[in-house]
Design a protein around this ligand. Structure first.
Ligand SMILES: [Zn+2]
Length: 108
């Protein structure tokens, strides 16, 4: 499976299995901060994933940022990771391993 396909499948899977309360867009860009970040813009979540890293890091970043979308309380500082974020992140990671891009078996 091509990485581009894996990426799109994962975004669709996240929207289906872990829908945020607001419309959510994912963009790959050269993030000046870290490997990525999430912002609330016009009542929509924008997840920016830096294209400066390899595929596995970009995927980790996407799953990390998605947990921010699910546990957004308001005026976020997404450098902060409260317990709610941790629980949400763990749920996403476990489900992601089971899902394995919709193929039989789990990720190693
Ligand atoms: Zn974070």
């Amino acid at each position: 499976m091509k990485k581009k396909t894996m990426w799109i499948l994962t975004i669709n899977w996240l929207k289906r299995e872990f829908p945020p309360r607001r419309k959510t867009y994912v963009r790959t860009a050269s993030a000046e901060r870290d490997a990525g970040y999430t912002a609330l813009n016009n009542n929509k979540f924008i997840v920016i994933v830096s294209g400066d890293f390899n595929f596995n890091t970009r995927m980790d970043t996407l799953l990390h940022e998605w947990a921010h979308c699910l546990t957004w309380f308001g005026a976020e500082d997404t450098t902060v990771h409260p317990g709610e974020w941790g629980l949400s992140h763990a749920k996403i990671l476990r489900a992601f391993e089971k899902w394995n891009y919709g193929q039989p078996g789990e990720l190693p």
